[in-house]
Write a protein that binds this ligand. Structure first.
Ligand code: ADP
Length: 486
């Protein structure tokens, strides 16, 4: 049976991206459409999108709900892959450039509660057919805290659609001072630990976790982890209470965006049968980044938001020993906390020709680094799913990962399973354990035949979206059943 699905996210590839949510919001709707479902995507019309896209046409100008006179729904004239994209244009989004969440000083926009609440209300209007559209969804799929109030407003407005809330990262709550509840027009009875209150503050993510009909997160292991006090971010009690409604579904990757055989960002393409293009890409990148050009020198790569979650500190501690011995090169692409950025710059200055650090967000360079690298480093403290390890597997770059979340679910440790392994998995999140895993990797790197087999297993692994999209459809159907019962 075909379902009508409204997919709501604060970032969607290729329109706007700060992390993995955008990749998922770009790819999952396409995969659902390919299964025959009618999927529409709603995204805020950020200033950067409006500046770069000429062909938007207005669909609807809002009159109700009150106070939304300045809001419009826009849509691109061209449709991609059978998906209708709606852009919600309004104050706080369309009149602003830069990051969706942070101002030019890296601080949260001070009106984040107001602007994302407005986005949630526009989404609710759309879901209830009050946005100039006849189309109404069976299922509304919300993602992360920015959309957490959608299930709340859906309940307030009695919207007859099932709701799903997906946790892409439980670390981000959308937490605001208590007065926000009334400022957003929410009723007082929602000020309760069983509703939107979180330790004296208002929590957007609780809106999703308490009020959505079904919950998902982006890997089976992370679904287990967030139900424990260690990883539950203060929400584990609530999540344990809803354990039966919580499903972990591993993200896929967009096979069109990430394919070494056709990737337009690479100086040379390659495949599992012929890796010559990978070697050329490595040489090209060593030159471009000012690294010594040496085909046999293992090139380690990290691409990441530079935040404590990602374990950059472990890399900073484990690498000098290897670099001093001339055993590896390191290239890092990332941006985030300025202290981590500085420590990485210092490492690059200390090891000219051996360490290259690019601070910034650069999609094309990310593709080239995935392709050029011999090993990909992902020593995350926690990782809901992680996409870079999946890209690196596809690009013949075995990942070195800490055993947690989606990393545990997607990388098979070759040290423990020599015939089935796809990468290197370490258990303790320490510099020593990371260093030891890299040493194992370097030992295998010196055995060309075994290395080729390791690469081939990763490149042939199936991380397409089809299987995951089917799992989401099952969750949608479970949510519709729950809704019908209430
Ligand atoms: P997270 O969502 O926690 O940032 P993921 O691994 O799930 O981590 O997804 C990160 C996505 O963002 C990947 O597609 C990765 O390639 C991309 N990315 C992260 N930092 C950068 C950067 N500095 N430049 C380009 N792409 C980046």
């Amino acid at each position: 049976m075909s379902h009508r699905i409204l997919f709501i996210a604060s970032e969607v590839q290729p329109w706007i991206k700060t992390g993995g949510l955008a990749d998922v919001a770009g790819a999952l709707p396409k995969a659902l459409a390919a299964l025959g479902h009618d999927v529409r995507v709603l995204l805020p019309a950020y200033g950067d999108i409006l500046a770069g896209e000429q062909s938007l046409r207005p669909v609807h100008r809002f009159r109700a709900p009150a106070g939304f006179e300045d809001w419009q729904l826009l849509t691109p004239r061209r449709r991609t892959d059978g998906i209708r994209l709606w852009l919600a244009s309004g104050p706080g989004f369309s009149d602003r450039r830069g990051s969706p969440y942070l101002d030019e000083h890296g601080q949260d926009w001070p009106d984040n509660a107001v602007r994302f609440n407005a986005f949630c209300r526009i989404a609710t209007a759309l879901a209830s057919g009050r946005a100039g559209t006849v189309w109404r969804p069976h299922v509304v799929h919300c993602n992360d805290w920015q959309t957490g109030l959608v299930p709340v407003w859906m309940q307030q407005r009695r919207v007859p659609a099932a709701s799903i809330f997906t946790v892409h990262n439980l670390n981000y709550h959308g937490r605001f001072e208590p007065q926000t509840l009334h400022r957003l027009g929410l009723p007082s009875y929602l000020w309760h630990a069983d509703a939107l209150e979180f330790y004296g503050d208002l929590s957007f993510i609780k809106g999703g976790l308490v009020f959505a009909d079904m919950l998902t997160t982006v890997s089976p292991t992370y679904a287990e982890e967030i139900c424990t006090p260690a990883r539950g971010e203060g929400l584990d009690g609530l999540l344990r209470h809803r354990r039966e409604d919580l499903v972990g579904i591993l993200n896929g990757i967009d096979p069109d965006e990430w394919d070494p055989r056709s990737d337009p960002h690479l100086p040379a393409n390659f495949s599992v049968q012929d890796l010559a293009g990978k070697r050329q890409t490595k040489q090209h990148l060593q030159q471009a980044l000012g690294l010594e050009v040496a085909a046999d020198m293992p090139l380690l790569v990290m691409i990441s938001r530079l935040v404590p979650q990602k374990g950059v500190d472990l890399v900073l501690q484990a690498l000098p020993d290897l670099l001093n011995r001339g055993a590896v090169q390191l290239a890092v692409l990332g941006s985030g906390e300025s202290a981590l950025e500085q420590r990485l710059r210092d490492l690059a200055s200390a090891y000219p020709g051996r360490v290259a650090v690019q601070i910034g967000f650069d999609e094309a360079l990310a593709h080239r680094l995935e392709a050029a690298a011999d090993l990909f480093l992902m020593p995350s403290r926690f990782e809901p799913c992680g996409l870079n390890q999946l890209y690196s597997l596809r690009y013949g770059t075995p990942p070195v990962v800490h055993r947690c979340g989606g990393l545990a679910d997607s990388v098979v440790d070759v040290t423990a399973a020599p015939a089935a392994g796809t990468g290197f998995v370490f258990d303790q999140q320490t510099p020593e354990a990371l260093g030891a895993a890299i040493e194992h990797a370097l030992a295998l790197f010196r055995q060309p035949q075994a290395w080729r087999q390791l690469q081939a297993r990763g490149m042939n692994a199936d991380f397409g979206w089809k299987r995951s999209a089917r799992a989401y459809v099952e969750v949608y159907e479970a949510a519709m059943t729950r809704l019908a019962r209430t």
